[in-house]
Design a protein around this ligand. Structure first.
Ligand code: COA
Length: 327
């Protein structure tokens, strides 16, 4: 395969890792002025995993990456590109991708982070796919890993009940287009609107002072735009691939809120049984939620080789987007 040959990025492995500490809504009732009934009714969430004190985004991401490589039957030496989507890096620098590289014993390669908050994994897939098509790498490890529990304001009941920790990873392998048999990453639609940064943000960071900061959100303002934005991105990615939304086998959405998932499904006339839902068990794990949901539907036998799978997300930025893959 030469650098100039047209290639497809095939999804050849998937891995997931959730911390062992599962916090139910009922347990949250003891910590926060909330109720299990309120959380279930407004979000569909019943529990979330929370990282142990010594677990970090890099440790969760490395474990998901290790599992994805094992699933693909590949060794650390095979990886030529690591893209880690995270909004909760271990350190200001180096990139979490480089920390994961060291943990997995991956030799010198390309490694960097992508910051698109909850849309991070969708962005990272597009970046990795584009670099592979440009001949920069033949095997990529694309990771979404987060420890949002570390940036939550546990005194703000409107946000702290919504999020959880975790990591998911995918292995992409470049193959000549002529050998792909119609499989692989088919199309992306990526969007951002920085004018809306203020409705979902963490005010903090190295350049603005004041430490890392805590998550703040105007929930209803985010909610109002979610269904429209996500639906538009899904339609755009499908149109770019020349595929009807109705022909998609599985929708693997970012798991923010059950009502958003239902709203998008209604708007695009997507049957409920085509939508992978894990928000009840995982909560909102930001960039990790799409690969975690993908891994769950692969593990239970729903997503099978040859299926057409649509990944979509929306998050802080605002950012939103969709990726279409035939697995
Ligand atoms: N437990 C109990 N009551 C709570 C609560 C909690 N955890 N959080 C808020 N409330 C209360 C509010 O104080 C308010 O009480 P009031 O009527 O006495 O003032 C009431 O519930 C309604 O609050 P509101 O914010 O209007 O609720 P909502 O129906 O908009 O639901 C969200 C809140 C956050 C669940 C909803 O706006 C949402 O899902 N937004 C999208 C967020 C999202 O997905 N973000 C991530 C994108 S990546």
């Amino acid at each position: 395969m030469t650098d100039t040959q047209a290639v497809r990025s095939m999804l050849v492995g998937i891995g997931a890792y959730l911390p062992a500490n599962v916090v139910s809504n009922t347990r949250l009732e003891a910590m926060v002025d909330t109720t299990d009934a309120w959380i279930r009714e407004r979000t569909g969430i019943t529990q979330r995993a929370i990282a142990a004190p010594l677990e970090t985004t890099a440790s969760l991401g490395a474990e998901a990456g290790r599992r994805a490589l094992a699933d693909a039957g590949m060794a650390p030496e095979d990886v030529e590109l690591i893209v880690c989507a995270t909004a909760t890096p271990d350190q200001t620098f180096p990139a979490t991708a480089a920390l994961i590289q060291a943990r997995l014993g991956i030799p010198v390669c390309i490694a960097f982070d992508v910051q698109a908050v909850c849309t991070g994994f969708v962005y990272a897939m597009a970046v990795a796919d584009s670099m592979m098509k440009a001949g920069q790498a033949r095997t990529a490890l694309v990771i979404g890993a987060e420890t949002f529990s570390r940036i939550l304001d546990w005194s703000d009941r409107t946000t702290c009940v919504l999020f959880g920790d975790g990591a998911g990873a995918a292995v992409l392998r470049a193959v000549p287009e002529s050998e792909a048999g119609g499989r692989g990453v088919l199309a992306h639609a990526l969007r951002a609107d920085g004018r809306q940064a203020g409705i979902l943000h963490v005010r903090g960071g190295p350049s603005s002072g004041g430490g890392t900061g805590k998550l703040a959100m105007q929930g209803q303002a985010v909610f109002k735009q979610a269904v429209t934005n996500i639906s538009e991105a899904i339609e755009a990615a499908c149109a770019r691939a020349g595929i009807a939304v109705a022909d998609v086998d599985w929708f693997v959405p970012h798991q923010a809120n059950r009502r958003i998932l239902d709203g998008v499904a209604r708007r695009l006339a997507i049957p409920e049984d085509k939508v992978v839902v894990t928000v009840d068990r995982h909560g909102n794990t930001s960039a990790a939620s799409v690969p975690l949901a993908f891994a769950a539907a692969r593990a239970d036998g729903r997503i099978k080789p040859g299926d057409l799978v649509l990944l979509e997300a929306m998050g802080g930025g605002l950012t939103w987007g969709a990726t279409l893959v035939r697995v």
